[in-house]
Design a protein around this ligand. Sequence first.
Ligand code: MRU
Length: 351
Amino acid sequence: MIQTLEWTEDGVRFIDQTKLPTEEVYVTCTTHEEVADVIRNMVVRGAPAIGVAAAMGIALGVNNSSAQSTGELKRDLDQICGVIGKTRPTAVNLFWAIQRMQEKFEQVHTRPVQQIKQELTEEAKRMHAEDIAANQAMGRHGATLMPSSGGVLTHCNAGALATAGYGTALGVIRAAIEQGKKIHVYADETRPFLQGSRLTAWELMKDGIPTTVISDNMAGAMMKQGKIGAIVVGADRIAANGDVANKIGTYTVAILAKEHGIPFYVAAPISTVDLACADGAGIPIEERNAREVTHIGGKQMVPNGVSVANPAFDVTPAKYVAAIITERGIARAPYDDSLRELAGQNAEVRR
Ligand code: MRU
């Protein structure tokens, strides 16, 4: 399995996703500031991978702390979480991971400082293992929804590289293929960062899964020609009503799917569901550097001085989502009820 990120004796090791698909190189971070940088610069990206990276970054920071007392360690922990929490705003997994590490600290705060550090390290490693298990469970549930043969379209990269391993949307496709389904993946290239053509195609090729890369503006034509039997994408944050924030362009794909009568599925772990967010309007959308749009492979593609927009995500209204596949089962509309039931909690709704 591709090692997207892992805890090693030397630090947290990441495959550098900015260099794929032409170079397979790794970077090792030894401080939480370095982990914050690799999240911000998208060396590691994808909501679940960001969550696990955040937890490991926090564990690194805590291990580096010179605190002599629990109070001092708590002050350092809060400062570390503050740095990690300012990296990327949309993927709720980042904040879920920070909260989980804070809760772990509360559980073990009466122990000696050295032991607290050890417990937080173990918690981060546990989150890594749990993410892989969640993706495999998601795959088992979601595979039942995949066609027995034919094309399945995906957008961005919701694969092993976007998670601790196996993937969410690509996990569903992997599981369907493991069950004998004859699926051919259509991977949207996903402008501007090209996660589809660079990352999805790379990891599917490694697994020998038949894949065709298309530019984003070809998706409608492929659907019209009957080449796409289902669509499955990941998510960065899912509101309580089932509105889904995912990579920019996902909304367009969902509308096209509706027009062509193709089921549009979302695969995401429960940690991506934000019950405190009533609907998609409350999801913060990251605006990234204009250079991602203006330049391709270092070459300028727009005239000097032109205005450029670069929202990294969009929100697909729940009415376009045929089902949300989670590790705990499949949620269907009305999502207010089904998501709350799967998440198994009554969070206060923020409006
Ligand atoms: O900007 P990115 O590459 O972090 O965006 C990633 C996506 O939008 C993914 O589809 C999403 O995080 C789900 S990953 C399992």
